[in-house]
Design a protein around this ligand. Structure first.
Ligand code: GDP
Ligand code: MG
Length: 367
């Protein structure tokens, strides 16, 4: 199996030379390094070019015009090397946080696994030299991602990972939506979902000694948001449910506004007003769900009276479930506040309404 080491660099002038030497002394003779540099102002790429004279055909440099984030750099790297002789790729930072001495251990494990993850969060692994704050951010990010994605990998955020080419093919790199640091999370999550065999080996991650971290508040927040995007992108029903819930919220606002106008300002009887508000809000929900929440399945279908009527029934069904759950909870549970029962009722009613909507009202043709 031939290995290609891919390392993204941005302003790593002080690290690049010793880093390249250290990697070469830890990889087989037929392995190579690909430096993916985003036009570092400090001249990292130029220095790498110079060093490459000492390693003919074994040190490749990909010069990119602009800094577009970690994901873009890695994707460009994989793309650049795709038709080469490589069967295995390893991602590694150029700042010595990922010790090249672990590469031989990972190479041993990749013989029997699709993916090998250098993990800080399993027994024997850890972090050296990070501030308490950075540690909390990293651990928090990892736990958050694991919970949102429901993925058992312990170190989802780490960037020291080895991939068989077959695993990357299974993942389908063109489906990656991340731009920045969430790239590492997304790749691993997709490998997990694709059924790849994944091995985590313990690593000690040490903070960089030279240069500056490119991690920023913006990059971190983008990664947090992206985890949700990754989840919904890979679980379309969840996104539908989210949109359905937002639509329901908008419907409630419409309902209340019309109720206020008719019952409070015009002084009309609240029972017929309430029924009218329900019908108007449910109609609004029907159209928003048709054109937005379920647009993937309704793309070629026009709204119809029959579907509208079905949706009204589904909404009434939801209301019935809402009232039943609320009443039962109040009778059988000793709740301090009734609104807790109503909240559970709303959730249950919404779920019922969602499932009827998804599988009956807005179902795919022929489904
Ligand atoms: N090509 C490229 N490399 C990047 C970019 N951002 C970070 N890197 C490199 O990715 C690795 C990890 O970045 P680093 O700043 O050390 O992040 P940290 O370890 O999370 O603090 C280093 O080798 C950086 O030079 C980028 O936008 N483009
Ligand atoms: Mg680093």
């Amino acid at each position: 199996m031939r290995l290609l080491v891919i390392t993204p660099t941005y302003n790593e002038i002080d690290n690049i030379e010793p880093f390249i030497k250290a990697v070469f002394s830890n990889i087989p003779a037929d392995a190579a390094i690909l430096v993916v540099d985003d036009n570092s102002p400090d001249g990292t790429a130029n220095l790498a070019e110079k060093i490459s004279a000492d390693y003919p055909d074994r040190l490749l440099i990909l010069n990119r015009k602009e800094k577009e984030g970690l994901a873009a750099a890695y994707l460009a790297g994989f793309n650049h090397a795709w038709n080469g002789p490589w069967d295995v790729f390893i991602e590694i930072d150029a700042d010595f946080s990922h010790k090249p001495e672990y590469i031989p251990v990972m190479l041993e494990e990749i013989k029997t696994h699709d993916v090998v993850i250098g993990s800080r969060n399993i027994k024997g692994g850890g972090v050296e030299g990070w501030s308490f704050f950075r540690n909390v951010i990293s651990k928090g990010g990892s736990i958050y991602s694991r919970i949102i994605l429901g993925c058992p990998i312990r170190d989802l955020t780490g960037g020291f990972n080895m991939w068989r080419k077959d695993a990357l093919i299974k993942i389908n790199l063109s489906s990656i939506i991340s731009q920045g640091y969430s790239f590492q999370i997304e790749l691993k999550y997709k490998a997990y979902r694709a059924g790849c065999s994944i091995k985590e080996i313990p690593i000690i991650f040490s903070d960089r000694k030279q240069g500056k971290s490119k991690m920023s508040k913006k990059i971190f927040l983008e990664a947090l948001l992206n985890v949700i995007k990754i989840k919904t992108d890979n679980n379309p029903s969840l996104l539908e449910f989210f949109k359905f819930a937002v639509t329901g919220g908008l419907g409630t606002v419409t309902n209340l506004i019309i109720f206020f106008l008719c019952a409070d300002l015009l002084g009309l009887n609240e029972i017929p007003v309430s029924i009218g508000c329900f019908l108007i809000a449910a109609t609004q929900n029907y159209f928003i769900n048709h054109f937005w929440s379920f647009k993937k399945t309704t793309a070629s279908i026009l709204p119809s009276f029959k579907k509208w009527a079905l949706f009204i029934c589904a909404s009434l069904g939801g209301l019935l479930v809402n009232i039943t759950v609320m009443k039962l909870m109040i009778i059988y549970l000793n709740l301090p506040y009734k609104f807790i029962a109503q909240a559970c009722g709303i959730l249950a009613g919404m779920m019922i309404n969602f499932f009827i909507s998804k599988y009956v009202v807005f179902k795919k043709k022929g489904q």
